[in-house]
Write a protein of this length. Structure first.
Lengths: 187, 550
């Protein structure tokens, strides 16, 4: 009787083993879905202020538990809250070591009078937002610039400036009324 | 809850004090010509057109100043003939108070028109596409206030019912009322053109029953037409029956689906002003360079309707209406329910400008932006909401920045009519919360799009750099091989090949030698005499060889 039970259990275990082994191959998920989710929350400025070489490496580090969720200055508190909701951890204030939250969105512009055409900024730009060629004037495509400021340190003639994104009637927002007894704001 | 799916009724709404008699007693007056016109480039919903004129250029009246670049766009035209003195940022009527691109024209008072080729009655033989192009090129947008390009709305054909909206449900505004009284025939003509474009089978002209003169005028025009195609429908005076979706429910009993268009239920709705503008575009080849504006309110001395050119300064128009009274306190563009206050009157009249309301402090209280009382969840806003939403719930989510939930509660179906704010006992500026939440959601959406775009570009760059690195390595390897070959140090594989070839050659030579070489014969056991003879022979051979060499 005991042998029958042992054999039966062994057979069941073998069947499940095969089944699990098959599904592990058949239903293999490419990439890490958690990394994708974290990456989709990050602002994609690719500025590297978090200490990683871009948003995706930072997302991978968070997923592995190597990095904290409060290292992204461009994302600010909004990103920290979204990450804490996704990962089920307590939100915390931004780690000041990595920089401060920007007041307004910015882009960079190249002073075309001063540019010597060294292409160093082009190599530094993580999103190919600068056009130009060696010994030719460079310029920033404002609509593609993420405001990461990575092009500023390599510039040998300091001809790149940070400017705030222009407010106009198309990107203007209706202000919220400052209601006295309005419901508390989600922080 | 009352059944809503029957004609003649929509949910909620309000009965208001209309104050229409202030401005609807006198006929429309043409605005006085001014010396300067400021024409904003973007006066419609959609993308601004591309400016096709330059500073210092003389333009003729009706000349196109911008050309639409994208599908949802509309051009603007010169309201007068004259010189373009500036193209740049100027103050425009907008709730933000921000400046926007404008084209400034100095009037030369010549009234010189561009060449015009009116289509006239000939439009009957034109197809929908050609007529739509006329509407588009004339820069015609919805003149009820939404300023959506009319030609885009008329893309769908085989629409059953064309509704011409003459409801004008907001208090104070009377520009459509006067237009219907005075130009009913032209409105019907415009309606007929729209009906021809969309191949409509019936046309209903809807007018609120507080405008009996307008109803009579249009009824007379419809009778004169005699085809029975037009029917004039008087509807009860309940705000906001002039809102497109509410009007459609009121007339047909059908509801426009969520995220849908009236075309989905076989209806197209256009304002009477739009129909009139289309008539002028087809019969006079006149683009939309003027509109009728109601100047009203107790803060203006002679309230009336002016037909003014687009770009005229509001201050000049106010002066023509006798100026402001001493206790004027607030200038509102649009009506008291949906309009917004303007900070200055040094702004141009735009296509969206149906009414300029100058109020006194006792007439309308300015929007309550200070502390309001808490929501007591009385539900009055639910009772009056014509879109059948739960305003208190949306307010709760909008004010706590819980936009996901606000959207689930159909924030985007809110028509911003202001009924909820009007009845709120706590005076919560509900609509302002909704507008703010909507624009914040749009901004977040735009940011998400931008960050996705940045991610794509970053990944593309990474891929490209990887690819370049691989290619460089490959090239380097090839180059190194080439160099080695030149130095005579062939690559290993080649060395192997060559070695094999050499060995094979050596073997061949060896074999050949063995087979061909003739070894000296009979050299064993020779006598001394024989050896001497051989030596002599060898010497002779050598000497002969030397001689022959010489």
């Amino acid at each position: 009787m005991l042998t029958i039970v042992i054999i039966l259990l062994a057979v069941v275990a073998a069947v499940f083993g095969v089944l699990l082994g098959y599904s592990a191959i058949r239903f293999k998920v490419e990439g890490d879905p958690v990394v994708d989710k974290i990456d989709s929350i990050l602002p994609q400025t690719q500025c590297g202020q978090c200490g990683y070489a871009g948003c995706r490496p930072y997302a991978e580090a968070i997923a592995k538990g190597e990095a904290d969720i409060n290292q992204c200055p461009p994302g600010g508190q909004t990103v920290i809250i979204e990450l804490s909701e996704l990962l089920g951890v307590e939100p915390k204030p931004l780690n000041a070591e990595h920089g401060e939250v920007k007041e307004a969105k910015t882009v960079v512009v190249i002073d075309e009078q001063l540019c010597i055409g060294c292409t160093l900024c082009i190599q530094a730009c993580p999103v190919d937002a600068i056009v130009g060629a060696a010994k030719q004037m460079h310029t920033v495509i404002a609509s593609e610039c993420t405001g990461c400021n990575l092009c500023i340190p390599p510039c040998p003639v300091d001809c790149i400036y940070i400017v705030p994104v222009e407010q106009n009637i198309n990107n203007w927002q209706w202000p919220a009324p400052d209601g006295g007894h309005a419901a508390p704001k989600k922080t | 809850m009352e059944p809503t799916h029957k004609p003649g009724h929509f949910h909620g709404g309000l009965r208001l004090n209309y104050h229409k008699e202030l401005s609807n007693q006198n006929a429309i007056v043409a605005g006085k010509a001014q010396s300067r016109y400021v024409v904003p480039v973007q006066q419609h919903i959609g993308a601004p057109g591309e400016i096709i004129v330059e500073t210092g250029q003389r333009v003729l009246k009706g000349q196109m100043l911008t050309r639409p670049k994208k599908l949802i766009s509309a051009p603007v035209h010169a309201p007068v003939s004259g010189m373009i003195v500036d193209i740049g940022k100027h103050a425009v009527p907008h709730p933000s108070g921000m400046p926007a691109d404008c084209i400034v024209i100095e009037n030369d008072f010549q009234e010189e028109w561009v060449e015009r080729t009116p289509v006239g009655d000939h439009y009957n033989q034109m197809n929908s596409h050609e007529l739509r192009n006329i509407v588009r090129d004339a820069g015609i947008v919805g003149l009820g206030g939404a300023v959506f390009p009319a030609a885009i709305k008329q893309t769908e054909t085989n629409i059953h019912t064309l509704i011409i909206n003459g409801v004008e449900c907001e208090p104070y505004i009377t520009c459509d009322d006067r237009l219907m009284r005075e130009r009913a025939r032209e409105i019907l003509s415009g309606a007929d053109i729209i009906a021809h474009i969309i191949k409509a089978r019936e046309c209903v002209i809807a007018i609120e029953d507080n405008k009996p003169e307008a109803i009579a005028a249009l009824q007379a025009a419809a009778d004169e037409d005699g085809t029975g195609f037009f029917s004039v429908q008087s509807i009860p005076t309940i705000y906001p029956s002039g809102s497109e979706k509410q009007l459609i429910t009121l007339l047909t009993g059908k509801e426009v689906p969520i995220n849908g268009l009236p075309a989905d239920i076989d209806v197209l709705c256009q304002n009477v002003g739009t129909a009139y503008a289309i008539h002028k575009a087809v019969y006079d080849d006149e683009p939309l360079i003027s509109r009728i504006v109601t100047f009203t309110g107790k803060g203006i001395k002679q309230p009336q309707n002016l037909e003014v050119l687009i770009g005229t300064s509001i201050a000049d128009c106010a002066a023509q209406c006798g100026g402001y009274s001493d206790d004027a306190s607030c200038l509102i563009m649009g009506g008291p329910m949906m309009g917004y206050t303007l900070s200055s009157d040094q702004l141009p009249v735009v296509k969206a400008c149906n009414c300029l309301l100058v109020t006194t402090s006792d007439e309308i209280h300015p929007a309550n932006t200070e502390a309001h009382l808490p929501c007591i969840r009385c539900g009055r806003c639910v009772d009056v909401c014509p879109a059948k939403l739960l305003p208190q719930q949306i307010y709760w989510y909008a004010s706590t920045h819980n936009f996901e939930r606000a959207t689930e509660y159909h924030l985007f179906d809110c028509i911003e009519c202001g009924c909820c704010s009007y009845v709120c006992p706590s005076q919560i500026p509900l609509v302002q919360y909704y507008r703010s939440a909507k624009s914040e959601i749009w901004t977040l959406e735009a940011e998400r799009k931008k960050s996705n775009h940045a991610r794509e570009r970053h990944e593309a760059r990474e891929r490209r750099l990887q690819q370049q690195k691989r290619e460089r390595e490959e090239n380097l390897r090839k180059k190194r091989e080439m160099l080695n070959k030149k130095k005579g140090e062939p690559a290993e594989s080649e060395i192997d090949q060559k070695k094999a070839a050499i060995e094979a050659a050596l073997a061949r030579v060896k074999q050949k030698k063995e087979s061909l070489s003739v070894a000296p014969k009979n050299v064993d056991h020779l006598s001394a005499d024989q050896e001497r003879q051989i030596k002599e022979a060898d010497q002779r051979r050598r000497a002969n060889g030397k001689e022959s060499d010489e």
